[in-house]
Design a binder for this molecule. Structure first.
Ligand code: PMP
Length: 403
């Protein structure tokens, strides 16, 4: 049975005080907190078997290689990829997107079309704009509705024989909207277009099955799923990863090198030039084990409960508006009439409550609502109803001080 007190004991940081108040951490959308097992795995690596991987014959190197490759298999199993070599270690979501964008710069032609959604994080917009500048491809945007959902009728109208790529997040970081990626993928495939799904915000809440989704590329970051920063994954279907050119040249990604010609290593090494974040990769595997031991059903149940409770309590505050009211994860983006979101964030921090304020790297969404930004409270499975009560009281105080 899911017991939140027991879960909270796994996270040492949740015991700390901030500004002399117990920490209420509601910035999980930016990064999640780290359970002791993941911290232990990091300490264990540097204390006991820190070594470079794949090339050493000595025992430490073999041990580190085995653990790193075991982590790749854990990630493969978690996402249900067909082969472990379809999992490429990256530094995070941004890196994975840039790898694919850079690869397609050699494969697109002038006049080809790329579709992105209006709900994207800047990291799933800018690389495609750069790709369009390089290739002469044209960027089209699926518009959004007032409730924070995508206008799927417009999406179907945008698709045509010139569409080569479609990019969409699984879950919006600014609003929490869960996008209909099954429909997006299926419709794109009918026109022969490839689809990349940015899973940065979905993976903390949902366990995606890349084979069932039939998605071409799926990217995510470990630090949003109880893992460390600086590591993530790019999943790609084998034939597509084989088709794309390597992202970076260097050690690890070659088969043979002469000054006349270099041949590249097979998957996954072709995309993994240089010494990777070995410890991070191993800790990523441990983080997924931890999330699975909590169970995604339990995670969703607790977060849905917090979302419903938080929404109800926030809406009792006069002048408070929530942005994004459609089917979503445990993210509440809001503003209070006449008050700048930044000012609310500063006062909440003084009262121990960590929320995000600003445009959340999603300026087009802010432009849509004609606002400078929002206050974003994003809940994780280790948060509680009592913490929401603390936030509500803090917001009421902030409102009194700032009105
Ligand atoms: N996409 C989305 C939807 C995100 O929320 C984030 C992180 N805020 C990113 C991409 C970028 O992730 P990272 O900074 O870990 O590369």
């Amino acid at each position: 049975m899911f017991k939140v007190d027991k879960i909270r004991a796994d996270f040492p940081i949740l015991k700390r005080m901030v500004n002399n108040k117990p920490l209420v951490y509601f910035d999980n959308g930016a990064t999640s907190q780290t359970p002791q097992v993941v911290i232990d795995a990091i300490v264990d690596y540097y204390s006991n078997y820190n070594a470079n991987i794949h090339r050493g014959v000595h025992s430490l190197s073999q041990e580190a290689t085995d653990k790193y490759e075991e982590a790749r298999i854990k990630i493969q199993q978690h996402f249900n990829a067909k082969h472990s070599y379809e999992i490429i270690f990256t530094t995070g979501t941004t890196h994975g997107i840039n790898m694919v964008a850079s690869g397609f710069s050699e494969l697109l032609e002038e006049g080809d079309e790329i579709i992105v959604s209006a709900l994207e994080h800047h990291s799933n917009i800018v690389p495609w704009q750069m790709l369009c500048e390089k290739t002469g491809a044209v960027l089209k945007v699926i518009p959004m509705d007032e409730d924070g959902s995508l206008r799927m009728d417009n999406y179907h109208e945008l698709l045509n024989g010139k569409t080569k790529l479609v990019f969409c997040n699984h879950v919006s970081n600014a609003l929490g909207t869960i996008n209909p990626i099954e429909e997006i993928i299926h419709a794109a495939h009918k026109f022969g277009a490839y689809v990349l799904i940015d899973g940065a915000q979905a993976t903390p809440h949902i366990k995606p099955d890349v084979q069932e989704l039939d998605v071409d590329f799926y990217v995510a970051s470990a630090h949003k799923i109880c893992g460390p920063t600086g590591v993530g994954l790019l999943y790609g279907k084998e034939e597509l990863l084989k088709m794309l050119p390597p992202y970076q040249g260097g050690g690890e990604m070659i088969e043979t090198v002469t000054f006349e010609k270099t041949t590249y290593a097979g998957l996954p090494h072709k995309f993994e030039a240089g010494t990777p974040n070995i410890c991070g990769g191993i800790a990523f595997g441990v983080a997924l084990d931890y999330m699975n031991s909590v169970g995604f059903d339990n995670i969703q149940q607790q977060e849905d409960y917090l979302l419903a409770y938080g929404t109800q309590k926030l809406l009792e505050i006069d002048g408070l508006r929530i942005y994004g009211t459609t089917h979503k994860t445990s993210v509440i983006s809001f503003n209070i009439e006449g008050i700048h979101p930044y000012d609310i964030g500063v006062i909440l921090d003084k009262l121990g409550v960590a929320v995000r304020t600003g445009h959340h790297c999603a300026q087009p969404i802010m432009e849509f609502y004609k606002i400078p930004g929002t206050v974003r409270a994003s809940f994780a499975f280790y948060n509680t109803r009592e913490e929401i009560d603390v936030m509500i009281e803090a917001i009421k105080k902030a409102k009194m001080m700032l009105s």
